[in-house]
Design a protein around this ligand. Structure first.
Ligand code: GLC
Length: 800
């Protein structure tokens, strides 16, 4: 079933049926002032921390309530509705609704009894407050007298958990005041200095553009008994009570009255934030001028669209275009900026960046905003420990050079991470490579960056140390130990057991390091890396290959994981895809393992992370058994891995298969099956339930997931074949053979590339060579452009 459609020109998703199968959300602002809003106007806001800075209340795992509510009331007959379909929830036969989620803003249009309204919700770029701008028009044939009520529920404590459960304390620390144009909420009002870590805080809910005619600062008195958010007493009465909160629940409720002549339009704005009365007054003044809100929205669009325009495609597949041009890209920025901090699933409790998550997230935006990527990359390199391992969690307060680490009790206590993971630092190799290839900035390797605990080194030396860390943590057969986890949080292979996934990561790292060393003229390191790679390759071949598959690993007790002989979980996805990505598998081998992957793991919604699920025969470190079969790491379609699968098939030149996988999990391609997938059709989730679940196709954990970046890389480098290296750019698409033509525009090293790909013979890849490629009219040797030959604007035509 379809609940909406994409509007590619505006870069919006338009929800036309508001009763979506789950709350379909958007992200506003940034973690400095973050706001999540759903199509039902549910959601919450916070300052700096989703868990500790929560200022707008939201009840998790419930009914997508409360939120940012604007109630409209016809004063002639007392009938009322809301500017978003919920919370009043009028009969959809009489109530027209359209919710447009855009890049950094959400607009709700409604029409009921000939009153049209549009509520635009946004956090102005770089600001720490939010605006709900309401435009209201009388489309009826008579003059109308309306009331508008804005309603927000403040948390009583910035710590969201305290607000929800510690009522014997939090109800008694908050109160509200009316200040003419706003409700002011205070918390711990008497604490000018901090007491027990608590200090005075103030929040405001203000009205701009019209006078306040009644107000209320107490939730229960606004809602009344047993009315819920759909029939608040104040709205029924046509007036707020004027009661302020003292020892109950704070809210901000402001009423204004609006007279509308036939055809007349008026605009007002509600403003919410952690601000003082003086700041509220200034904001009210600013937004008294309707042009202020319009200018904010223009600025937001310019900011986001400017970034997204750095890489655009025009292919025969509209779903692919929707994702690459807007939604996958926007999700990459969202995960990059917000990490795994706050969503409708994550409450914001993690107090830092997951190392592997963040270093992978960076990969999703390098082609769109290399500078932004660089800042975070340096930050993450500075969270590598002097012995080469990486901090599993990098605190938001990270202080490079002075951090404690998993060896220290203090680190374990404050992060909950008791030891190193095998993969963390190894993600630096592909990410740094992508950054340098994209920008051409080889000198980055010579930049000095501190370690987390002590000392500093060049980036080049940091990378060598990451390799040392793996070499100093070898398990059986001298292959990389699995430690506390590898990429898979649910695989505990320990200090003696082996992760084959990490073995391929390390194999790949040797290759990248050798390329860097070669570029620097460091022949000793080139030789060393090549020697080690060959040695490790021989052990992998001898110990990890089994007829038609690479096994997943070896447990501490020496059991093989992912062997034909296993009663469960006998075939795993990641070692097959990474055998290809790392360059270890030759073409024949790659075909064998990827064909086996297709027959053993594929479902209509993507390939499972392994099969079958653990039920009765787990080994000791098989934590996946905790999950229901067909879910998450226990034989679910773990969506992050699909990007690697698309990439592996594409590297092999099998464009048809790559794209088949791409579409299986592409949100846009499932726009018509929302009742099955349930998640936003414009956003990837963390996983989809597989055929081992009774709810195959249902997806979970929206927005903040590594899926965004792996699928982006699989699409851009894999399908579209944009593969920069240290000296130039290869264009090697692996596409469906039905695509006869497509084009791309890419900003690259300060230049513009206009690339047209023609595929008259209906090929699916460039493995057998290309017919011809031209750069600005001149024919090239093959499908490779040297950076040095680029002009400011370049026309590249590839005939496959
Ligand atoms: C989650 C975690 C990520 C991990 C993955 C697989 O997405 O955030 O760190 O790699 O699960 O277990």
């Amino acid at each position: 079933m379809q609940y909406g459609h994409f509007d590619p020109d505006k870069r919006e998703y338009v929800i036309t049926k508001p009763n979506t199968p789950s709350p379909w959300a958007n992200y506003l602002g940034s973690p400095e002032y973050g706001a999540i809003i759903t199509n039902a106007a549910g959601g919450y806001s916070f300052v700096k921390s989703g868990a500790a800075g929560r200022i707008m209340r939201y009840v998790f795992n419930s009914e997508d309530r409360p939120g940012r509510y604007i109630y409209l009331r016809d004063n002639a007959d007392g009938d009322f509705w809301s500017a978003s379909w919920q919370p009043v929830g009028k009969d959809l036969a009489e109530y027209a609704s359209e919710c447009r989620h855009g890049t950094g803003y959400t607009s709700m249009k409604a029409e009921y009894k000939s009153i049209a309204s549009q509520a635009d919700y946004f956090v102005p770029h770089g600001k720490t407050y939010e605006v709900w701008r309401l435009t209201i028009t009388n489309k009826s044939a008579k003059a109308r007298e309306l009331s508008v009520f804005g309603y927000v529920e403040f948390t009583n404590d910035s710590n969201y958990e305290q607000d929800q459960v510690n009522l014997q304390y939090t109800q008694f620390i908050s109160r509200t005041y009316f200040k003419g144009n706003h409700i002011l909420q205070t918390i711990n009002e008497n604490c000018i200095n901090s007491v027990n870590g608590n200090a005075k805080a103030t929040r405001v809910f203000a009205l701009s553009g019209a006078p306040v005619v009644s107000y209320c600062g107490d939730k229960e008195s606004f809602l009344g008994d047993y009315n819920g958010y759909s029939r608040p007493q104040a709205v029924q009465n046509g007036q707020c009570s004027g009661i302020l909160n003292y020892c109950a629940n704070s809210c901000g409720a402001l009423q204004t009255k609006i007279s509308l002549a036939v055809g007349e339009t008026k605009e007002i704005a509600f403003i919410f934030g952690e601000k003082t009365t003086e700041e509220a007054d200034a904001l009210v003044k600013k937004y008294d001028n309707p042009a202020a809100a319009s200018a904010d929205i223009v600025e937001l669009k310019a900011y986001w669209h400017g970034k997204l325009n750095n890489f655009t495609v025009d292919t025969p597949d509209a779903d692919f275009n929707n994702m690459i041009n807007t939604w996958n890209a926007y999700q990459c920025f969202t995960t990059f900026v917000w990490s795994r901090a706050a969503s409708l699933v994550y409450c914001g409790q993690r107090n830092g960046y997951g190392y592997r998550d963040t270093v992978q997230d960076i990969q999703g935006i390098i082609h769109l905003d290399p500078e932004m990527a660089l800042d975070r990359l340096k930050f993450m390199i500075s969270a590598q420990v002097n012995h080469g391992g990486a901090l599993p969690l990098v605190k938001y307060s990270h202080n490079a050079g002075h951090e404690d680490k998993p060896e220290d009790d203090s680190y374990v206590r404050s992060t909950g991470h008791p030891s190193y993971r095998a993969d963390d630092a190894l993600w630096l190799f592909p990410t740094i490579y992508k950054y340098i290839a994209e920008t051409g900035d080889l000198s980055f390797l010579d930049e000095k960056i501190p370690y987390a605990d002590k000392g500093e080194d060049t980036v080049y030396a940091h990378l060598l140390k990451a390799i040392d860390f793996s070499l100093n943590h070898l398990g059986v057969f001298g292959l990389p130990a699995g430690l506390h986890a590898d990429w898979n949080d649910c695989l505990r292979l320990g200090a003696k057991g082996v992760s084959v996934f990490v073995a391929f990561q390390l194999y790949y790292a040797f290759d990248i390091m050798a390329r860097f060393a070669d570029a620097k003229g460091d022949t000793t390191t080139v030789a060393d890396m090549q020697k080690k790679q060959a040695e490790f390759g021989a052990i992998i071949e001898e110990k990890c290959w089994e007829d038609d598959r690479f096994v997943r690993g070896f447990s501490e007790k020496g059991e093989v994981v992912g062997s034909k002989t296993n009663a469960e979980a006998s075939f795993w996805l990641n070692p097959q895809t990474w055998a290809v990505i790392s360059g270890f598998a030759d073409t024949d081998r790659a075909k064998t393992i990827l064909d086996k992957t297709y027959t053993s793991l594929n479902t209509p919604y993507g390939a499972k992370v392994m099969a079958s699920a653990y039920k009765d025969h787990p080994f000791d470190g098989a934590l996946a058994i905790l999950f229901n079969p067909g879910v998450k790491e226990n034989a679910g379609v773990f969506l992050q891995t699909q990007g690697w699968l698309v990439l592996a098939e594409a590297l092999l030149g099998r464009g048809n298969r790559a794209f088949e996988y791409y579409r299986e999990s592409c949100p846009s391609a499932q726009n018509g099956a929302a009742e099955i997938r349930r998640l936003e059709p414009y956003v990837y989730g963390q996983f989809t339930e597989s055929d081992e679940s009774p709810f195959m196709g249902r997806s979970h954990v929206h927005w903040l997931t590594g899926t965004a970046s792996t699928v982006m890389v699989g699409s851009v480098e894999g399908v579209l074949g944009i593969r920069p290296d240290l000296k130039g750019l290869r264009v090697s698409p692996s596409i469906p053979s039905s695509w006869k033509k497509f084009s791309m525009e890419k900003r690259y090293q300060g230049k513009l590339l206009k690339i047209t790909v023609l595929n008259p013979e209906g090929k699916e890849g460039c493995a057998g060579g290309v017919s011809k490629m031209t750069l600005n009219g001149a024919e090239l040797k093959d499908n490779y452009v040297a950076d040095a030959d680029l002009r400011d604007v370049n026309d590249i035509v590839l005939v496959m």
